[in-house]
Design a protein around this ligand. Structure first.
Ligand code: PGA
Length: 247
């Protein structure tokens, strides 16, 4: 399992960041999951710069620009230069702050151009009984991936994060049977955008109230390759329990 810890804007100081990093290194040495930390930018630089461990790092976002006179923007190349391996792109919280299909495609291209593996977030706002949420997911995947070269499409990790399940508790998250259905639907759509063999190799993650209580059951039999974990990833004991529960 690939566990991406999305620290969002929850972690503010270096001491807390160092503690979470040390905990992750220990967990990685004794458990099977691969751990990727996505701290706020400056903290990522602090931790990842001389990282020799097998815990990897992800940017939470990258700029859609290519640099120059763009105050406040952080380029994909900067994250790559300070030691990030991945970048989250198109998180619903970034989409709510202005990311569009166009900027998301630009961000994916910049991340790929600088060797970062993009983790593309998709997810419906609500569920309806006519299955409109399925067309919504198809649309999000297609508009993001279609402009990319076929070989680049194969490098992208998909994080399925239904908005209705984000930032709640385990009881409000998706149930395992519905997750299994979504994973096979996403793989079906990926099969249309990628060659058959490549889509079978794509990694699909789930995010939205993954906690120690539901991680194991969500992982079991759903076909998921890992999780994007928000609030439970910045609590040392919850994150430790979550990784331990996955074996
Ligand atoms: P959550 O966040 O685990 O707090 O629901 C997940 C995410 O938004 O990536």
């Amino acid at each position: 399992m690939l566990i991406v810890a999305n620290w969002k804007a929850y972690v503010e100081d270096g001491a807390k960041a160092k503690k979470l990093f040390a905990t992750s290194k220990k967990l990685k040495s004794t458990h099977r999951s691969d751990i990727v930390l996505a701290p706020p930018g400056p903290l990522l630089g602090m931790l990842a710069m001389n990282n020799k461990s097998s815990v990897a790092f992800a940017a939470q976002d990258v700029s859609s620009t290519t640099g120059g006179a763009k105050t406040g923007e952080v380029l994909a190349s900067v994250y790559a230069n300070v030691g990030a391996t991945y970048s989250i792109v198109g998180h619903s919280e970034r989409r709510a702050m202005g990311d569009t299909n166009t900027t998301i495609t630009e961000k994916l291209s910049h991340a790929l151009a600088h060797g970062l593996i993009p983790i593309l977030c998709i997810g419906e706002h609500t569920r309806d009984s006519e299955g409109k949420y399925l067309s919504f997911i198809r649309e999000e995947l297609t508009t993001a991936l279609e402009p990319l070269a076929p070989k680049d499409r194969t490098k992208i990790i998909i994080a399925y994060e239904p908005l209705w399940a984000i930032g709640k508790t385990a009881t409000a998250a998706i149930v395992p049977a519905d997750l299994a259905e979504m994973v096979s639907y996403i793989r079906k759509v990926l099969g249309e955008l990628l060659s058959g063999k490549a889509s079978a190799r794509s990694l699909v993650l789930y995010g939205g109230s993954v906690e120690p209580e539901n991680a194991f059951l969500l992982a079991k039999d759903s076909g998921i390759n890992g999780f994007l974990v928000g609030h439970a990833s910045v609590d040392v004991s919850a994150f430790s329990a979550l990784i331990k529960n996955l074996g």
